[in-house]
Design a protein. Structure first.
Length: 158
């Protein structure tokens, strides 16, 4: 997990859960830019704008919380991207994306074959293609550009 924070907002990124769907980059490039380091510019937009984009993250890889003393209204920071969010619905929705991940929304618990809890969340993306380096979660390996980057990194490490 990586943490990006200022006096108004704390953003958490769980790279192992990221499906690289890039909604964040598309919707708020001033904050989320995969070509820059760090790739999250916490000061690039108003905290309320960042919260809105994180609430739309399909994988749950981006989360947020409010630090003590934040001027952001707590009622604006209780969406599905909140670190403390717990979905009260009883129905879990799954949507299969053509040539992409399975989007899961709603209270879900994933267990391994030994019955051990792997992940419990209200949003996640699961791999449908079998190429993920982090099964059962999607890591974007279904995308040719991500596969090329992984192959390049593997070559460089040899």
């Amino acid at each position: 997990m990586r943490v990006y924070e200022n006096s108004e907002l704390i953003v958490y990124w769980y790279p192992e859960l990221c499906a690289h769907v890039s909604f964040c980059v598309r919707d708020l490039r001033a904050v989320f830019d995969a070509k820059k380091r760090p790739w999250v510019n916490i000061n690039g937009a108003a905290p309320e704008e960042i919260i809105k984009v994180i609430d739309a993250c399909p994988s749950g890889a981006l989360r947020y919380s409010l630090p003590a003393g934040s001027k952001v209204q707590p009622s604006l920071a209780n969406g599905s991207g909140s670190l403390d969010y717990r979905d009260k619905s009883t129905v879990t929705k799954m949507k299969a994306i053509k040539k992409g991940p399975l989007l899961v929304e709603g209270p879900t618990a994933i267990y391994n074959m030994k019955g051990e809890l792997i992940k419990e969340a209200s949003r996640m993306t699961l791999c449908q293609c079998g190429l993920s380096s982090n099964p059962p979660f999607c890591d974007g390996s279904h995308r040719p550009d991500i596969r090329a980057k992984k192959a390049e990194a593997a070559t460089e490490s040899k």
